[in-house]
Ligand binder design. Structure first.
Ligand code: CTP
Length: 410
């Protein structure tokens, strides 16, 4: 309707200037290329919800590749990548953000979880192959129709009624990542599931649809959840729905129920991850790691966490502990310091570490007459240990101790 169109124009006017300019450039390119162009998916959803959005997805009725090339003339600082096979193109900006251009198309999934095959088709079909009604709207950007909402599947109504509703009931079979996406959107916007969608989600979990999903795509979706402000609520649903159990083959002791959930807002992804696995036994974390493919840093930290936790269960001297804590990634130490079993000992050790006020160094030892060699490192280690254990507490005592050891070495 005309009123709706005006509402959308108003919403667009409130967007950052760069985004408005970009929509303008796309609009002008459409006139030049004489084709219809729409902005679709998450952008439209977030525009209508008045929340900020990241990615821009365009659909061109015609050749996406040719359109992208024409658009590049108006975006000189972009970098164009084309995926001819899928009829899509991507333009990446210097700040890392990007926009995607697709040709209207119909994707046939040759087997569940596979990459889409492409055929030309019209906008209605393009929108129909999407995951949820709230993600299936488009806004036309051609000059004459600029701001016109295209909503074949009731997306606007579901936004208003705060519902996550799939477009057809084999949606989760077509693409099992949508099970995780459904949970992510529901908790991100505090929406409910439409009844059929919730039923289908449960059926999909029970009938083992997840087994069609690759470990890579599953991991990717799970890590997207850890980026969300509300990841704790999402995690709880992944556990309660049985989705995680279905994927990992057994119930793992996930920890998404935090007393200090407020703090988690500022945590890094790695920190959030480590806290969420911190109630699992080592063997459980082993099972977990077999069913996800983490990036290097997350995997290394998870393993470092298990190793340090096992070491801390042993009886350690304060200097052994000091060495281990210094070697471990900072986040691993922070997460272990939240564990009641280790808290006091870790804090004591860190405090002892802070009281160390070493003025001695290798050069000082050489001046005392020690020869260059491994003994220098050994003596420095022993002096640090003496500080930690409280056997020395002043520079004079430190000097005296070092001198004594230097003399026995000579
Ligand atoms: N989409 C889909 N099925 C998927 C992934 C994506 O139908 N498994 C469609 C949806 O229409 C979605 C669009 O592709 O809106 C873009 O996908 P993506 O960028 O992953 O999601 P956004 O909706 O933009 O969500 P986010 O805010 O998390 O980026």
């Amino acid at each position: 309707s005309i009123a709706m169109r005006q509402d959308i124009l108003d919403l667009i006017e409130r967007l950052p200037k760069e985004v408005q300019n970009l929509l303008e450039a796309v609009s002008e390119t459409a006139e030049e290329e004489e084709c219809s162009v729409y902005i679709v998916g998450g952008f439209v959803r977030d525009l209508l919800l008045s929340v900020p959005t990241q990615d821009l997805d365009f659909v061109v009725e015609g050749s996406g590749g040719q359109f992208a090339q024409a658009l590049m003339r108006r975006i000189p600082d972009g970098k164009l990548t084309q995926h001819i096979k899928f009829g899509t193109a991507q333009i990446i900006f210097p700040d890392g953000s990007h926009l995607d251009i697709a040709s209207t198309r119909w994707e046939h999934y040759s087997f569940p979880g596979a990459l889409p095959q492409v055929e030309e088709s019209c906008l209605r079909d393009d929108l129909f192959r999407r995951d949820f009604t709230i993600n299936s709207m488009a806004i036309c950007l051609n000059t004459e129709r600029f701001g016109e909402l295209v909503d074949y599947y009731g997306g606007k109504q579901d936004l208003q009624q705060r519902k996550i509703r799939f477009l057809h009931n084999i949606s989760f079979i077509d693409d099992p990542t949508r099970m995780l996406r459904a949970i992510r959107f529901a908790e991100r916007y505090h929406f409910d599931f439409a009844k059929e969608t919730l039923d289908a989600l449960h059926t999909a979990i029970e009938t083992g649809v997840l087994s069609k999903l690759s470990v890579e795509r599953f991991t990717e979706e799970v890590l997207l959840i850890f980026r969300e402000v509300n990841y704790l609520a999402m995690g709880q649903i992944l556990v309660e729905s049985g989705l995680f159990k279905a994927w990992f083959g057994k119930e793992l002791a996930w920890n998404f129920n935090l007393d200090d959930a407020e703090n988690s807002k500022d945590w890094s992804i790695n920190m959030r991850w480590l806290v969420s696995v911190s109630q699992m036994e080592s063997a459980e974390i082993g099972t977990l790691l077999e069913r996800v493919i983490l990036n290097r840093s997350l995997r290394d930290e998870t393993i470092a966490y298990v190793q340090l936790r096992e070491s801390l269960m042993e009886r350690l001297t304060i200097s052994e502990m000091d060495r281990l804590l210094n070697k471990a990634p900072k986040e691993v130490v922070i997460v272990l310091a939240r564990d009641e079993r280790f808290k006091v000992r870790i804090l004591e050790c860190l405090e002892a570490g802070q009281r160390i006020n070493m003025s001695l160094d290798g050069k000082a030892l050489l001046q005392m007459g020690l020869k260059q060699g491994p003994e220098i490192g050994e003596i420095l280690d022993r002096v640090r240990m003496a500080w930690l254990e409280g056997r020395i507490s002043t520079s004079e005592e430190e000097q005296g101790m070092a001198r004594q050891w230097v003399n026995t070495q000579r």
